[in-house]
Ligand binder design. Structure first.
Ligand SMILES: [Cu+2]
Length: 583
């Protein structure tokens, strides 16, 4: 863990101690004790005065199981300072920090984690935002959690699915609960996954309260590239939140309709939080940095760029400083791609090189965003000016890393669908009420607990066509797999929707999108031409995915997984479905 965390002042410390001599996670130590400071209302805080914190990397226990790194990670409620001019904020977190500690894994060596929620309180941190009207008539305890490893090739029992939740102490469990200790095979290329809560109908509140963290897989292929590492490899977990003027975390409870008086269609916070810090800055050297970006927001899509906002002599102020994308959700790209802007939908990751080589001391870059919310047409506040990177340090030693455009990245296999298999079509739509309009979201007009309808066979590769009938872009996520985006193609949204209504009324056969296409199929942009587990389905477009299905060693019989929209308000009410992989 040495060399990974940046220097963080005590008042911003993560305190997920696991090193020898460190206190157990979640305890308040003397170094964490906050100095009493004059605080201000949120609307009056200064920007870019707190150094960007980086979550600690946990040290594993290596002796307990053969060929396996073992961890115990506790969930708890605690107070953390999100900005040095705000009082401490009560949050939830893994390992006593928000976001949780980073887990590093090596391809080919297993990781086993015991997720412990016994320390969580009996009342939810966001109790007022709980809305049982979205429970489809079922009953659930308010505090329930289950940790999902997003993007992981993992057995269904260890996947962390919505119905696998348990209450603190385990007195109540979901109908598909398989304990809280899971093994992750790490049988996939080097990449950055993330773990987060996934409990049925309450994922949005548990993740928003703070239950998420990073999981980085490394391998030899990546080692050989000589990418920036150690303190020059920095994760950016980008989230948005609402806080009161006093710094309390709040979640909207204004509801959408009398049918769901509290649950909201989606939320777009007015305060950016990066690695658990509001408007932080990064003091940088004039060299290459590898930034591991995660959009950890509930619902906000970001369209990010670095802009020169300050230079000695004002040279180039206002210009975009491009980055090089080198990886996606599931691994490295085949070629580096120079980008002015990086679009990230909820749960998507981007592996980028920010090259500050030769930058004069005093240069300031500001991380900006211009994505509308809801993406792409919405009218909510665009959160802009999120953090700063300041070239304020002298370079230590020499930068021996490879220039991004000269990186010899591994080849990307082109996968094709298994001949003879029909395409599967997934219709993204709304739950509509005749009186109140949109009251929720659905895929194929089915609720989560309706019977399974998709049963791909292990060893085959399918085409999944996602048809978006709504006016919002939805990040479509499939558990278990890493897929490739084949293309996107516009269609006549109204024409197809009416035909679909006829089909639902059983007066017409189901029709694929072919008769309604209005333009050419466009392959994914090069920065998206890698392994993906989440892809943005745009309104009025057919999104085609090439999805290879396999199950980890030892998995027998039909293996249950799920796919869903990764806007957490959507998946909680009911834009999520199960599927079974047959063998
Ligand atoms: Cu959605």
């Amino acid at each position: 863990m040495a060399g990974v965390g940046l220097v963080v002042p005590p008042l911003l410390g993560f305190g997920c101690g696991s090193e020898e001599g460190q206190p157990p996670a979640g305890t308040i130590t003397e170094t964490q004790t906050i100095q009493e400071k004059v605080t201000r209302p949120l609307s009056q805080i200064d920007r870019y005065i707190d150094p960007l914190p980086v979550p600690d990397t946990l040290a594993p226990e290596t002796e307990r199981y053969p060929d396996t790194d073992y961890y115990e990670i506790r969930m708890s409620q605690f107070e953390q300072q999100l900005h040095s001019q705000l009082p401490r904020t009560a949050v939830w977190g893994y390992g006593g920090s928000f976001p949780g500690p980073t887990i590093e894994a090596r391809r080919g060596r297993k990781t086993r984690i015991k997720w412990i929620n016994d320390d969580l309180p009996g009342t939810h941190l966001l109790q007022q935002a709980i809305d049982p009207t979205i429970y489809q008539g079922r009953e659930y305890p308010d505090v329930r959690t289950i940790t999902h490893m997003h993007g992981c090739f993992v057995a269904p029992e260890a996947d962390g699915q919505p119905d696998a939740w348990s209450t603190p102490g385990g007195s109540q469990t979901g109908p598909r609960h398989y304990g809280n200790e899971f093994t992750y095979p790490n049988d996939q290329p080097a990449t950055m996954l993330w773990y987060h809560d996934h409990a049925m109908h309450i994922t949005r509140l548990n993740v928003y309260a703070g239950l998420s963290g990073l999981y980085i897989i490394r391998d030899e292929e990546e080692d050989n590239l000589e990418l920036p590492s150690g303190e020059y490899e920095i994760p950016l977990i980008i989230q948005d939140r609402f806080l009161t003027e006093e710094g309390l975390l709040t979640y909207p409870t204004n509801g959408t309709t009398p049918i769901h008086p509290i649950w909201v269609l989606h939320i777009f916070g007015d305060t950016p939080v990066i690695n658990g810090s509001i408007y932080p800055f990064l003091d940088a050297e004039p060299r290459r940095y590898r930034l591991r970006l995660l959009n950890g927001s509930n619902a906000r899509t970001w369209n990010l760029w670095f802009e020169k906002t300050g230079t000695p002599g004002n040279n180039g102020v206002g210009s975009v400083h491009p980055v090089s994308a080198i990886g996606t959700d599931g691994g490295l790209l085949p070629v580096p791609v120079q980008l002015e802007k990086v679009r990230l939908a909820p749960a998507e990751r981007a592996d980028i090189i920010l090259d500050l080589t030769g930058f004069e001391k005093g240069t300031v870059l500001t991380l900006r965003n211009d994505a509308r919310a809801a993406y792409p047409f919405g009218e909510e506040i665009i959160l802009d000016n999120l953090m700063q990177v300041r070239v304020n340090r002298d370079i230590k030693g020499v930068d021996n890393t490879t220039k991004a455009e000269r990186l010899n990245l591994p080849d990307m296999p082109v996968i094709t669908s298994t001949p003879g298999l029909p395409k599967r079509i997934f219709f993204l739509g709304e739950q509509n009420d005749p009186e109140y309009g949109v009251i929720g979201w659905l895929i194929n007009e089915r609720f989560f607990h309706d019977p399974v309808e998709e049963t791909p066979r292990a060893g085959t590769t399918e085409i999944w066509e996602i048809v978006n009938f709504t006016l919002d872009a939805h990040p479509f996520h499939i558990h278990l797999v890493q897929f490739q985006v084949l293309n996107r193609q516009p269609f006549d949204q109204w024409g197809y929707w009416y035909a679909y209504q006829d089909y639902l009324a059983e007066s017409a056969p189901i029709m694929g999108p072919d008769d309604f296409l209005t333009g050419p199929a466009v392959p994914p942009p090069p920065e998206e031409a890698g392994w993906k587990d989440t892809a943005l389905s745009m309104p009025g477009e057919v999104l085609r995915l090439v999805v290879p299905f396999n199950v980890p060693e030892g998995v027998e019989g039909p293996a249950r997984y799920i796919y869903h929209c990764h806007m957490l308000e959507h998946e909680d009410n009911d834009m999520m479905r199960p599927f079974d992989v047959l063998q």
